[in-house]
Design a protein around this ligand. Structure first.
Ligand code: 5RP
Length: 233
């Protein structure tokens, strides 16, 4: 499938989600990834055109820079511990609106921001829409871990039936280091029909900071389709 159609799908989903949900005076959570870039551009357009007085809270180093570069008002959760609306991308969204996130390595801050948002919505292209996790996203569930625990955790993830791979950095030898100074292990569990159960097992293991499983958090997902339309659920 052409990259142009995918990019157009991301943009269409992002623009529709912003147009339908962003309102004057809101405190916004700004997600991470390539789809969110289109959302931030649209948020900045609306903010400038209509003087919306929006306040933006980043979920990552990338989101921080997106807010600054697009001339938006950067604020912190210390001052705004309750967020009106969080808009974020996803790697896969299942039939119950659960999401796998963390393909871009920002899952911990993304989950904190989603958890303090009154409304959390997802934007994605058609490739992310699945009945069950693992149908379309084949890289596994991202799990942020404390580096010291790497070896025993790889073993534990195997014992739970997964195939763990330590995520490596690009353009640097060695592991990827997250915005929080941790490592990420991507664990392939195949098709996941019980994400809540797996999530509960994973987060109870010492050394696991958090998982990229966002269970029961999103209220709506926008999918940009190949034909230019946007479907929601
Ligand atoms: C980063 C994320 C991203 O939102 C997710 O990977 C989707 O990214 P993209 O919009 O580039 O497909 O969870 O941690």
């Amino acid at each position: 499938m052409s990259d142009d159609l995918i990019e157009k799908g991301k943009e269409n989903a992002a623009v529709k989600a912003v147009d339908e949900n962003v309102k004057k005076g809101m405190v916004l959570g700004i997600g991470s990834g390539s789809t969110v870039v289109y959302a931030v551009k649209r948020i900045a357009e609306l903010n400038n055109e209509s003087n919306l007085d929006l306040k933006c809270i980043p979920t990552s180093f990338q989101a921080y820079n997106l807010i600054i570069d697009n001339g938006l008002n950067l604020v912190s959760i210390d001052r705004y511990p309750v967020i009106d609306l969080d808009i974020d991308g996803a790697d896969e969204i299942d039939k119950n609106l659960n999401a796998i996130k963390g393909g871009g390595g920002c899952l911990v801050q993304e989950k904190i921001i989603a958890s303090i948002s009154k409304n959390f919505i997802l934007i994605a292209d058609y490739r992310k829409d699945s009945e069950f996790f693992g149908e379309n996203w084949k890289k596994g569930i991202p799990i942020e871990i404390i580096p010291l625990a790497r070896v025993p955790l790889m073993k534990k993830f195997e014992e739970l039936g997964g195939k763990p791979i330590l995520r490596m950095a690009k353009a640097k030898s060695g592991p990827l280091v997250t915005d929080n100074g941790n490592f990420i292990i991507d664990v392939d569990f195949g098709i996941v029909k019980n994400p809540s159960e797996i999530n509960n097992k994973l987060i109870s293991i010492p050394g696991v900071v958090d998982t990229g499983l966002f269970i029961g958090m999103a209220s709506k997902a926008y999918f940009g389709q190949k034909d230019g339309s946007v479907t929601t659920r």
